[in-house]
Design a protein around this ligand. Sequence first.
Ligand SMILES: Nc1nc2c(ncn2[C@@H]2O[C@H](COP(=O)(O)OP(=O)(O)OP(=O)(O)O)[C@@H](O)[C@H]2O)c(=O)[nH]1
Length: 204
Amino acid sequence: CCETYCMKCRVIGDSNVGKTCLTYRFCGGAFLKNPEATIGVDFRERTLQLDGESIKLQIWDTAGQERFRKSMVEHYYRSVHAVIFVYDMTSLSSFESLPEWIDECTRHSVGPMVPRILVGNKCDLRDSREVPTSVAQRLADSYNFPLFETSAKDPAEKEHVDAIFLTLAYRLKSHKPLRLKQPSESSVRYLWNQREREEAACQC
Ligand SMILES: Nc1nc2c(ncn2[C@@H]2O[C@H](COP(=O)(O)OP(=O)(O)OP(=O)(O)O)[C@@H](O)[C@H]2O)c(=O)[nH]1
């Protein structure tokens, strides 16, 4: 049958922006009213079928709190295939932190070929919005990242939440190094790092 690719996506952003809730939603869960703060890293996964190929997205939800961030930073970025930067659109400070998160990602050798997406969460709290779409779009454009605004809470937004991860999966899939012509030994192929992906590209 088709080959299964396993891709690691990191979800990054300030504490309380809704990283855990978004991840949980995408992986089939209901909205979490009182999730515990993530300690270090937590992961969930969901397998998508795209054009006859099986893509297992392993979503690594990383703690936003500073005290966990310092000790875990090396692990956060190791072998990452895609990054989702999340801010809370009702919190200007979470939006203003984004350049720092993005710089940190770059400092840890996450190369330009790794797809990134910007997500404004909590759009259900319309009256409390502090980050206008136009401002977020300007930042997204300056980095050349797609921007999504959504809500992990509003059930009507579930499709938008899915769309974030689907966009990443398509970007990863269409990424040349992932189009392996050689069948891999195992039915699940982990493409762990940039070097491995570059080597894989050479086989194409
Ligand atoms: N109204 C609303 N609340 C949300 C939404 N997403 C998350 N929340 C709430 O925001 C709070 C923080 O959510 P988490 O998902 O734990 O945030 P986090 O970014 O994972 O936080 P850390 O684990 O500390 O990094 C919780 O009380 C959630 O119920 C949303 O879309 N709308």
